[in-house]
Design a protein around this ligand. Structure first.
Ligand SMILES: [Mg+2]
Length: 370
């Protein structure tokens, strides 16, 4: 029955190559929490990266919640992913980050036990072409233009640009500077991370229409559905729900109220693959495209996300750059980046990624066992 007998929780820290700056502030370290679930001599691994400014979760909080939740899964069958996630959801509201780490570890464990790669377990397509963008942090216009130039020189064919600093007309100057540097051919997607209000967003997006903008993530504070509806009627730039769509319930509501054109699915918002499948299905029912994205997960979290993306035809855009911003790669196996910035996974059972034991040994692991 693949009975769960032990769970390890390890909070880790990875320095970023340079600060990652969004409208909510800079991030210097990825402070991620790793969950390993053991059953009958094998284990599965998951991770999460709580953003305190977005999730309202901290790394310390994920560890405390994780210890609590782990005790509820001991003795349960890992195969019953739906039932296990229901136990976690019933015991603790919200806390999407730590639940995502448990979910990822469960899928990995079950697929390893079945000898199946995760994308095959999810019914995915081995030949899907997945190409990542690269993100330009929110800085002064000239520095952003220089970063954009460097990324284009590195072969990236899509850029994501962080905006959302008021006054919004300064953000327009940022995009103008980038376009002057790299030209108009490379698609640019922008992300305000909730930094504008309706007035600022209207000014920015109408002015940005001439700059070949693919779509805009999170122009307004999450949950402002009325303002999102108004904004959507004021600009031709499509709006993507990110922070406003954590769950499948949010996805349904945002679509039903006509607030968004796209959804950004992140396992760290949905609480893992099990619930993310529901978001993708709701989007598919609305004939809506999705992007997959992440917080500052390592290549392990991005590997699980890649498998998920392979299972959905309406997931057509990919923001899989977080491992590229980290000063070390602590992951063995898993997804690889190719020279043209496409990514792929192999046929290893599970998601195929694991943390280097030497990396984990640098941090304190908490073990919960029966
Ligand atoms: Mg975003």
């Amino acid at each position: 029955m693949l009975k769960i007998d032990k769970i390890d929780i390890t909070p880790v820290q990875i320095k970023l190559k340079e600060p990652f700056v969004i409208s909510k502030g800079p991030l210097y370290y990825a402070k991620n929490t790793i969950v390993k679930i053991y059953a009958e001599g094998i284990y599965g691994v998951g991770e999460c990266c709580p953003y305190r400014t977005i999730h309202g979760e901290t790394q310390e909080g994920t560890v405390a919640a994780g210890k609590d939740l782990a005790s509820l899964l001991l003795g349960k069958s890992a195969y019953e992913i739906k039932a296990n996630m229901a136990i976690l959801d019933k015991a603790l509201a919200g806390n999407a980050s730590i639940k995502a780490a448990f979910d990822m570890a469960l899928y990995d464990l079950v697929c390893k036990s079945l000898g199946l790669p995760l994308f095959r377990f999810l019914g995915g397509d081995a030949h899907k072409v997945i190409k990542t963008d690269m993100t330009v942090s929110l800085l002064e216009a000239d520095r952003m233009a220089a970063k954009a130039r460097a990324f284009v020189d590195d072969g990236f064919e899509i850029l994501k640009v962080k905006l959302g600093k008021r006054p919004a007309m300064e953000d327009v100057k940022r995009i103008a500077a980038i376009r002057e540097e790299i030209g108009f051919d490379i698609p640019i997607r922008i992300d305000a991370n909730q930094g504008w209000n309706l007035h600022e967003a209207t000014l920015a997006l109408t002015a940005l229409e001439e700059y070949n903008i693919q779509y805009c993530e999170a122009p307004l504070k999450a949950g402002r559905y009325d303002d999102m509806q108004l904004l959507r009627n004021r600009t031709s730039i499509p709006l993507m729900g990110d922070e406003t769509v954590f769950t499948h319930v949010d996805a349904h509501q945002a679509i039903a109220q006509g607030c968004i054109d796209w959804i950004n699915i992140k396992l760290g918002k949905s609480g893992g693959i099990h619930h993310a499948m529901k978001i993708a299905a709701i989007a598919e029912g609305a004939d809506m495209y999705c992007q997959v994205g992440s917080f500052s997960e390592t290549r392990l979290g991005i590997t699980a996300l890649t498998h998920f993306a392979m299972a959905w035809d309406n997931v057509i855009e990919y923001d899989l750059d977080s491992p590229l911003m980290q000063s070390e790669d602590p992951v063995i196996g898993g997804m690889i980046y190719h020279n043209d910035w496409t990514v792929s996974v192999d046929e290893s059972p599970g998601h195929g990624a694991d943390f280097d034991a030497n990396f984990l040994a640098r941090f304190e692991t908490i073990t919960i066992s029966s």
